[in-house]
Design a protein around this ligand. Structure first.
Ligand code: CP
Ligand code: NVA
Length: 313
């Protein structure tokens, strides 16, 4: 990997102070453009003349649109590349793709089937690479989630969050975030769908307050925020079996009542009403899922400015 390139690959490999600054910058930048039309430039347009390529190996609504709009607001431009329309989809290597795109654009974002593709892209690129979700993690989502939590409930440090369901890619990034932002994370996952051992081991080594249970009620009790995600992530197989194993992990009003009336409900979306969450909860007053989706835009703008403009030098 070329040194001194500012990749945004995962929260566990970035400094806690940088991650705090990224969230705070996102808050500030969001406030500064309140009331402006979506297509209006930010007042400083820090990425004028810059181009971001967005590579998608899997579907996306939020990531696709928020990165594209974010670049425009920052004064730059983006090019959206679905895997099937570029030669990567016909077997061109990740390494050649990285080297060639580095000659055309200033940064790359990839949503990949496999974390190793992200790492290879970053190893071979000469420009910053941003992780827009892999099978292992979803760090952009977490910066947006921290921002959302803090807008509604104040500083997340010292607070408690309950993750209910599959110990998947988003759960792994919640574990990274709990360590870096210093909050308690209680994960209720079935024995067969626990988060990856290496992520749990990392958190333990870092002194994170991460608690695992198979009981959603134990995790949710008195939590400041309850989080759910789909039971079948993109690329997962054996959907029917997952649905059966995860059936006891639906977030419903009874579970939210254990957290309390002031607890937030969060979900990265897309959601499946009647599966991981009831319509009553996700469409109810404790849900902040649409704020969370909006905050992808603000959090990612902060990431892009850090990657490309060097504001913290
Ligand atoms: N939460 C999220 O990443 O949404 P998309 O899959 O729509 O990008
Ligand atoms: N865990 C989900 C998140 C989607 C944004 C998936 O990987 O499909």
């Amino acid at each position: 990997m070329v040194e001194n390139i500012r990749h945004f690959l995962d929260l566990d490999v970035l400094d806690a102070s940088l991650l705090r600054r990224l969230v705070d910058e996102a808050k500030t930048r969001k406030q500064r453009r309140r009331g402006l039309a979506h297509g209006t430039l930010d007042d400083d347009a820090p990425l004028a003349g810059r181009i971001l390529a967005l590579i998608f190996e899997k579907p996306s609504t939020r990531t696709r649109v928020s990165f594209d709009v974010g670049m425009r607001q920052l004064g730059g431009e983006s090019i959206i590349l679905n895997r099937d329309v570029i030669q990567l989809g016909r077997g061109e290597t990740v390494a050649d793709t990285a080297r060639v795109l580095s000659r055309y654009v200033d940064a790359l974002m990839i949503r990949s089937d496999s974390h190793s593709t992200l790492l290879e892209l970053a190893a071979e690129a000469r420009v910053p690479v941003v992780n827009g979700l892999t099978d292992r993690s979803h760090p952009c989502q977490l910066l947006a989630d921290i921002l959302t939590f803090e807008e509604h409930k104040g500083l997340i440090t010292g607070r408690s969050v309950a993750w209910i369901g599959d110990g998947n890619n988003v759960a792994a990034s919640w574990i990274h975030a709990a360590v870096k932002f210093n909050f308690e994370l209680r994960l209720a996952c079935p024995a067969r769908l626990q988060p990856p051992m290496e992520v749990l081991d990392w958190a333990r080594r870092e002194g994170g307050r991460i608690f695992l249970t198979e009981d959603p009620r134990e995790a949710a009790a008195h939590a400041d925020c309850v989080v759910a995600d789909t039971w079948v992530s993109m690329g997962d197989t054996e959907a029917a079996q997952r649905m059966e194993i995860l059936a006891p992990y639906q977030v419903d009003s009874a579970l939210m009542a254990l957290a309390g009336p002031d607890a937030l409900f969060m979900h990265c979306l897309p959601a499946h009403r009647g599966e991981e969450v009831t319509a009553e909860v996700i469409d109810g007053p404790q849900s902040v899922v649409i704020d969370g989706a909006e905050n992808r835009l603000h959090a990612q703008k902060s990431i892009l400015v850090w990657c490309l403009s060097g504001w913290d030098k």
